[in-house]
Ligand binder design. Sequence first.
Ligand code: GLC
Length: 579
Amino acid sequence: MLRPILATLLALSSGTLLAQTAPTPTATPWWKGAVLYEIYPRSFQDSNGDGVGDLNGITSRLDYLQKLGIDGIWIAPAYPSPQVDFGYDISDYEAIDPQYGTMADFEKLVAAAKQRHIRVLMDMVLNHTSDKDPWFVQSKSSRTDPKRDWYVWRDPKGYDKDGKPIPPNNWQSVFGHSAWEWDAGTKQFYYHRFYVQQPDLNWRNPAVEKAMFDVLRFWLDKGVAGFRLDAIPSLFEDPAMRNEPEKGGTNAYGDPNLNTIYTDNLPEVHGVIARMRKVVAAYPDDRVLIGETYLPNVEELDKWYGGAAKNELQLPMDMLLGFGSGYAGHGKLDATFFRNTINAAETKLQGSEPLFVFSNHDNPRDWDRYSDGVHDLQIAKILATMLLTTRDTALLYYGEELGMKTHTPTRVEDVQDPIGKLGWPKEKGRDGERTPMQWTADAQAGFSTNAHTWLPVAADHTTLNVVSEEQDPNSLLRWYQQLTHLRDSNPAFAPDAKINVLMNTAADVLAYTRAGADGKLVLVAINMSDAPQTLDTSAYVGTGALHTLAASNAPQNNSVKSKQVTLPPFSVWVAEQGQ
Ligand code: GLC
């Protein structure tokens, strides 16, 4: 406390603002071991009855989040936007979209969250802007405009026999078809990795970096605890504009599958991130940088921390654990896969903090990806356990704690997400994982008073909702609450408590121990099969008694002396060494 006060006094006495030295980061910063919660603002809580969620809605639900044990919320973009990509096309980086509220509402939300020890993190889209952003409007206005080079403009490769311009190369948009859009006015193409309405910024131009770092400072000054950096591996493209190699076959849009080596994860991005880290490090209270980092392996992930230097992102998302066994397809509840992946994060990240995640607004919900139609609730409890009892920062997606399901539209005319319209029926879009939060059994699930919400409230809200799960001791919500409570109260789940993944268990058993500062071991044992499995615990936790801390469906007895423990099908057992 002393330092800021002193700095202020000195600044006042000299009449100028002194250059501040960077605050020292705390040994255990708040985000280490935190439980973060992604809120899709359109879908969380509507406070003004227009059928779309908003910031005041989020504020009104903070008590729920506090009870759930949430330390920080990441709000998907709520800035002014034409909403082509539902906010990921930003047209003003330093304001709030009126459909979500006002800047005063935002400030109220940050303050109210702080009272409940919840931090607010912003989504930050640095790769591209909306085509309605004044920067792009200017850039497009003429080839000689000072903002021209803020975006990626290229001449056509030539013209076809009908006089149509040919794009510079074969690069494709993630959302289908060529990544190059022709501008008839200035007779050049611009590059867009995502929708046509999302032109990519040119990060090779230092003015772009400076402008975007100023945007970060704007929000840091408002007290945000950090940023989730959208699509961050896409910041740079190959300056030689080489064609990407084809992988064979076609995607949902009928385009050839490409190996995106010239548009994804280029090494230049790491320089930007290291400089960005310095921007946030100049602020007190351990502001954090989180990355949307879909990467092929843990070695690549480590680079995003800055490797041994640890001078880049504090928390690049580890998508390998929660999505590695299948993104859109069916994830496999495979103990060997989880054992190896958790162990790799523990042993190959040079002690950096893993950020695990199983669901988000871009992929079918984990419930649907892992369920078998018979043991769905048990399986969801297993996923929650991996998220909340390993050594990690945990990121959960709104509604995941209830077991909300993916409700994909069945008719193309109902689709909101443009990729679902373009790719129908092979790609049905992301509406399914974005349906309104299910608070109550009432009409519109307590989400809105409007009979027409931006996406329909799922019919199963009459039975699957916060109120009913609060009342059911065996519900998924209660399981999440129990585990976050354990995480906060038991030293074995403290951020620095070691994890030891047990590598020689039965194939279908995932087990690990955590060791707290008090020396007591806690064993987490998960049976991922539909048959009982036996675990000999003596090799790991000795032959003394083990006391149950949490059990999803057994062993129900409080204290187990036998060293041979039988785990029922699809069960979780968390037990602590005792007398
Ligand atoms: C990220 C977002 C996704 C968005 C895309 C383009 O992947 O999570 O929702 O469509 O970036 O901004």
